[in-house]
Design a protein around this ligand. Structure first.
Ligand SMILES: Cc1cc2nc3c(=O)[nH]c(=O)nc-3n(C[C@H](O)[C@H](O)[C@H](O)COP(=O)(O)OP(=O)(O)OC[C@H]3O[C@@H](n4cnc5c(N)ncnc54)[C@H](O)[C@@H]3O)c2cc1C
Length: 283
């Protein structure tokens, strides 16, 4: 017989996790499609009733996105334009019903190469807070994600929050996703970008591509090339050489490698062109 736990207290939840092999469940929008059974297999720890785990809160030095925060919560949150990319991504996750149930932390824990939250959070220099009855630790998102559908989470740990540092709240973010149709689609390629400007010049660029490698990746060479350049016309600086080497796309039913590479470069170009015309990049 399987057990279903829905604690209201974090300490209680961590004690349950320490005691056995439990499946952590949040919105279940990844967990249920992964099974053909009527109920989830194995013992379940539902984290959605734990007090204080839901919502986006400004904290000393940045923002805390609680592990039970849904995509809809994020869309409704009062956040600076640096989060525009994450909000745009949130609006493209499945449908409104999926956005109401699915959590951002669940998206990261699934660690799909095409998870929409990952590139946006990479451009926000996000970290993942993990906790267990042994204590807590914080990992940069790029270290938390160890491969396609693999994370650094240990069996007795749960993600308690996603942390965004205050300095990453500067500038304006954007997100573009290419799929075979507009909605309810797994991406062929996606791009998140955040640009900080000083007058007409770009002083810091953060750009990440998803669905074109096992784990979404930042593009440090392109970011360095953009730094100090004029915002107007910066899209023209994007070349295959500055985007391609960081990508390792696969061939699958949605697109082949060559198309994904071409699409990623073009999406980066379009994202930067939109950011040079902020009215186009607004959420
Ligand atoms: C119709 C449909 C359309 C979708 N469209 C998109 C899309 O466009 N883009 C996209 O990126 N995704 C999409 N998804 C996938 C899914 O909705 C998202 O990945 C969502 O964010 C998952 O969150 P969840 O809370 O439902 O996770 P769950 O299903 O509850 O959990 C997902 C995984 O994370 C683990 N987990 C969850 N929370 C924690 C935690 N706090 N600590 C440790 N482990 C945890 C679970 O054990 C499980 O392995 C879609 C899904 C459906 C069904």
């Amino acid at each position: 017989m399987t057990a279903y736990h829905r604690p209201t207290d974090l300490t209680q939840a961590l004690a349950l996790l320490a005691g056995g092999n439990l499946c952590v469940a949040a919105g279940c929008t990844d967990l249920f499609p992964a099974t053909t059974a009527k109920s989830l297999p194995g013992d379940v720890l539902d984290i959605t009733a734990i007090a204080g785990l839901r919502g986006v809160t400004p904290v000393d030095g940045g923002w805390r996105i609680g592990a039970a925060t849904t995509w809809s919560d994020l869309i409704a949150a009062d956040l600076p334009p640096a989060f525009n990319g994450l909000k745009l991504a949130a609006r493209e996750v499945g449908s409104v019903q999926i956005q109401n149930a699915g959590t951002i932390a669940g998206n990261l824990c699934t660690a799909s190469p095409s998870g929409d939250g990952v590139p946006c959070l990479l451009t926000l220099d996000a970290s993942v807070e993990l906790c267990s009855s042994r204590g807590s630790r914080v990992l940069p998102l790029a270290e938390f994600l160890t491969g396609a559908r693999r994370t650094a989470r240990l069996a007795d740990e749960m993600v308690s929050a996603i942390l965004v540092p205050g300095y990453a709240g500067m500038g304006m973010g954007h997100f573009l996703k290419l799929g075979a149709r507009k909605y309810l689609i797994i991406a062929i390629a996606m791009v998140a970008a955040r640009l900080e400007t000083d007058g007409e010049l770009i002083c810091r660029a953060a750009i990440a591509v998803g669905a074109c490698s096992a784990v979404a990746t930042r593009l440090p060479e392109l970011e360095a090339a953009l730094s100090g350049q004029r915002l107007a016309g910066c899209a023209e600086l994007v070349t295959n050489e500055l985007v391609g080497p960081r990508l390792s796309p696969i061939d699958d039913i949605r697109a082949d490698q060559a198309y994904r590479r071409m699409a990623a470069t073009e999406l980066v170009r379009r994202a930067l062109a939109d950011l040079s015309h902020p009215e186009r990049a607004a959420t």
